[in-house]
Design a protein around this ligand. Structure first.
Ligand SMILES: [Ca+2]
Length: 154
C-alpha cells in the first residue's frame, strides 16, 4: 500500500514544484524540522520523502498535526501518528520550543516515565505546565508522510 501512495505524493510534489508552489521544502529542512526521527506517544517515527511546504496554503489549523521542535536537544515530539483517529494525513505545523531554564529542567519536569527523554506530547505538557518549556509558535508547516521505525510497536 505504501509504495503506490508514495509515488502519487512524489508526483504531486513534483507537479507542485513545477508550478512554483512547493518551493519551501528546502527552507523547512534547513529550519531543522525534519529530523531523522520523532516521538509520538513514546514510539519513534520518521518522515519519508521530501516535505511539501504548506506555509502559503489557507488550510484551517485543525487540519494539521503539531510537531514540537526541540532544536536538537532530543528527537522532536508530534501529537499524532498515522494510527491515531485524529491523524491529519501528514500535514504538520512545527512549533519551536524554548527552555528558559535549560533542557535538563524541562526533562526533570516532564519525563513522567523516567526514560531520559520527553517522548510524548503528554510529557511535554507537564513541562509546559511547569514553565520549563515554552511554545514559541509555528515556524513551519508542511506535508510529509511518516512511518514507524521498525521494531517499535505501540
Ligand atoms: Ca519520557
Amino acid at each position: 500500500m505504501r509504495a503506490p501512495s508514495s509515488r502519487i505524493l512524489a508526483v504531486a510534489v513534483t507537479a507542485a514544484t513545477m508550478l512554483g508552489v512547493g518551493v519551501g521544502a528546502a527552507s523547512a529542512a534547513s529550519a531543522g524540522v525534519t529530523g531523522p526521527a520523532f516521538y509520538v506517544d513514546g514510539a519513534l517515527y520518521r518522515t519519508v520523502l521530501t516535505p511539501a511546504d504548506l506555509a502559503d496554503t489557507a488550510a484551517p489549523e485543525g487540519s494539521f498535526d503539531t510537531i514540537y521542535d526541540f532544536g536538537g536537544a532530543q528527537p522532536n515530539v508530534a501529537t499524532a501518528a498515522p494510527t491515531d483517529p485524529d491523524y491529519n494525513g501528514g500535514r504538520w505545523m512545527v512549533h519551536e520550543l524554548a527552555f528558559p531554564q535549560g533542557y535538563a529542567a524541562a526533562l526533570t519536569s516532564g519525563d513522567a516515565n523516567h526514560d531520559g527523554v520527553l517522548d510524548s506530547d503528554a510529557e511535554l505538557e507537564l513541562a509546559f505546565i511547569a514553565g520549563t518549556a515554552l511554545d514559541r509558535g509555528v515556524v513551519a508547516s508542511f506535508e510529509c508522510p511518516v512511518i514507524p521505525l521498525s521494531g517499535h510497536q505501540r
